[in-house]
Design a protein around this ligand. Structure first.
Ligand code: HSE
Length: 306
């Protein structure tokens, strides 16, 4: 029997105009996964999330591990135990974190020598257990840390970097339960986009990448906006526009939905007045009769052994 414990950070994907392409790893939350390998078994996978047993095919960690077992002909029994600290279904990369941690642990436990991109690919496939369709943004940031850009998914090709300026982040996390949130949120995305809007988004995404690399305020502000994907899901975070207006007034660099929402992510700097933002958040969320919590965080590294 062989046991390994790993941990991964919370993540925010999309960052406005980078739908399915850009994500950031932050230290708002960090959660762990323990993988126990029982040699001589028949390839059975047991997944426990907290004290709850879950079917491995329906869990992102279980599905990712099963795909690796299948492709590598592994026949040991696996016990995966998840300690979920990242709030689930709130746009902070909880399902991706489980998939990423599982792949990272499998790679080490079986000495598979997977490259970063191979790990991201398995984790992305694991994500489908939750979201229905594969997306690699959250898992790339959870595995590699920093800011990640998914350049291609077939073949998988991601790049990760840590800018010198920070950034400082603030998440506003409402206490809501949305069943199958990411799956439904992905169904809200338009299937076709007019050229004008695609061009507008290309401008915003180029600006976002420039802003993320350099910290340029104007580029970040402009890039952390999106008129296609984020907009199509506005019903999941009807308070976003109010937040954006108020937080920018209080010196935020930029504001966007965190992943598929409903959490909101703000980029801050020394000009930002966090105290007043807290008061503003209470008033905005109060008007929607929602309780919430605010978490300040910074960019951080990805998966690691505990
Ligand atoms: N890019 C994904 C989406 C992230 O927005 O559907 C989900 O957290």
């Amino acid at each position: 029997m062989n046991t390994i414990k790993v941990s991964v950070p919370s993540t925010s994907a999309n960052l406005g105009s980078g739908f399915d392409v850009v994500a950031i790893a932050h230290d708002a939350y960090r959660e762990s996964l323990v993988l126990t390998v029982i040699d001589g078994g028949r390839g059975e996978i047991t997944v426990e999330s907290g004290s709850r047993k879950v079917a491995f095919q329906k869990n992102t960690a279980g599905l990712a591990a099963s795909l690796i077992m299948e492709e590598y002909g592994i026949s040991a029994d696996l016990r995966i135990s998840l300690t979920k600290s990242i709030p689930t279904g709130l746009g902070l990369g909880s399902s991706g974190a489980s998939a990423a941690a599982s792949v990272y642990a499998m790679n080490l436990a079986f000495d598979l020598g997977l490259s970063d991109n191979e790990m991201v690919r398995y984790a992305m496939l694991g994500e489908t257990a939750s979201s229905g369709t594969p997306h690699a943004d959250n898992v790339s940031a959870a595995l590699l840390g920093g800011i990640t850009i998914v350049r291609s998914t077939d073949p998988m090709d991601c790049v990760s970097f840590r800018p010198e300026y920070g950034p400082n982040l603030l998440t506003v996390i409402p206490y809501v339960r949305l069943k199958n949130k990411t799956r439904s949120a992905r169904e809200m995305i338009p299937t076709t986009v007019e050229t004008d809007r695609a061009i507008d988004n290309s401008r915003r995404l180029s600006s976002l990448i420039h802003g993320l690399i350099t910290g340029d305020r104007k580029s970040l502000y402009f890039g952390l906006n999106d008129a296609i994907y984020e907009r199509s899901r506005i019903s999941l975070y009807p308070y976003l526009d109010m937040f954006r207006e108020k937080m920018l007034e209080l010196g935020a660099v930029g504001v966007c939905a965190s992943g598929a929402g409903p959490s909101i992510l703000a980029f801050l700097d020394e000009q930002s007045d966090i105290r007043s933002m807290e008061k503003a958040a209470s008033s905005i969320m109060g008007s929607f009769k929602l309780r919430f919590r605010m978490v300040s965080s910074g960019i951080c590294g990805g998966a690691r052994v505990e």
